[in-house]
Design a protein around this ligand. Sequence first.
Ligand code: ATP
Length: 486
Amino acid sequence: MLSDCLLNNFRITSQIGSGAYGLVFHVVDILTNREYAVKTVFKSSSMDEFYNKNGLNNNSQVARTTLLQTQLYHFFKSFQKKLFLPLVDLDSILQLTENELNRLPHYREIAFQLKVQSHGNIVKIHQVLESSIATFIVMDYYDRDLFTSIVDHKHFINDGVLIKKVFLQLCSALDHCHRLGIYHCDIKPENVLLDRNDNAYLCDFGLSTKSKYLAPNVCVGSSYYMAPERILYCLNTTTNGIHVDECCSSLPTDTGDIWSLGIILINLTCIRNPWLKAHQKEDNTFHHFANDNNVLKKILPLSNELFAVLTKILQLNPYTRIDMKTLMSEVSSLTSFTKEGPLSQVPILSSEVYMTHIIRNENLFLDDLSHFAADQEQDQEQEQVQEQVPEEEQEQEEDVEPESDIPSTYNSDGSMEKYEYTNNHNNNTFLSSSMDSTPYQSDIDDVGAFKDCKLQQDTLRNRLLCLQMNFSTFTDGPNEKWLPDY
Ligand SMILES: Nc1ncnc2c1ncn2[C@@H]1O[C@H](COP(=O)(O)OP(=O)(O)OP(=O)(O)O)[C@@H](O)[C@H]1O
């Protein structure tokens, strides 16, 4: 079992995650007793060799995970379960040129994360260990991700201040990345970890890029969270009253991340996803939203205030989306997230609290903070004016919402589901969810890994059922993961 294995001074205790090209383990430093996470990124050349040697199809996620586990197990076994690996100098990784990164693609993720990790809300890499089959990335360990926290623990259901804190920390981390020219491109709750004090940490820079602009329809990210221009860029359309330039040959990358933040804000406040895919032809809900964004208010219990902010985030035209600074300021000033329930009244954050949430950046750009106080004063003034509007008038305004032919969906306990993805560097189109994969069959005595894998599948099945019930009218297929083709 891998859990008995030693990697330098780290004892592997359990597997905590798996992705397309890697496995993530919980480890304990036997010298200090400190916990860490070790992400094992397999070298694609070693993977291809392994698949070819065994005549295997590498498209199924479960089969892939099993193979990665098997390969790693045999590797450890051949060294009596104790691997002593050389450390790679982190500064040299930062110095790698574009050509070198092309030759060592699995170092791109590490280089980008190292570049931005001075921010207090980004997971820190401590060591990188090199072996013939894989690179081991030793990082800080956090025992919860935002997805589990929202869906399984219902941690945010009563706590608007906590929603603001986590969301602002995430915005702050992402803003830092953008300023340093790194665009994450896979913002989703599974890639945000939480510590015991509910501080957020951004992880998984596996799809990140330095490209400030991407061509339309370059699919990168996870489908629920992916901006429409990454999926189906509609040429020559007028959407939400805005004309989208038909001649656009490249679109900004940062605003794609902003779109994903909007979906996370919906996850945090409503425990729902608005659609499966921002694809007008393949997703009914999104199609209706694209024609009339009031649909959001029909399918989600949003307050008018939150709806107004979401409208600015979820602009189909990437050039008209709200910028990060304004987004942060507006969210901190919201007084409600939902129409009713515990999130219908949320305190405005004071400038001191706001600062504590966003100042976790060792290289803080202080001049950029001055906007906040001014913006907030303005917002408060506007709120006072709004408060004077009689309630009846506001109700009337709500009543005149245009009717939509979309059935309301937010009457069940609708949790989001979680898919396992498969990546395939030779094929950047659809890849299956682990639900469609062949069942796990181990030819090694790795009982622990078997248990982990089964559990993951069962959880996925439950979540899929949940999804089918909630989105029976909107189901368009699984959350797909797409690979960049820069
Ligand atoms: N530092 C960490 N501490 C705790 N858990 C972690 C850590 N890093 C990753 N994980 C867990 O492992 C999972 C997979 O990690 P990560 O997303 O980095 O791998 P990946 O191979 O890129 O996966 P995917 O293909 O799904 O994006 C995460 O969703 C998270 O649950």
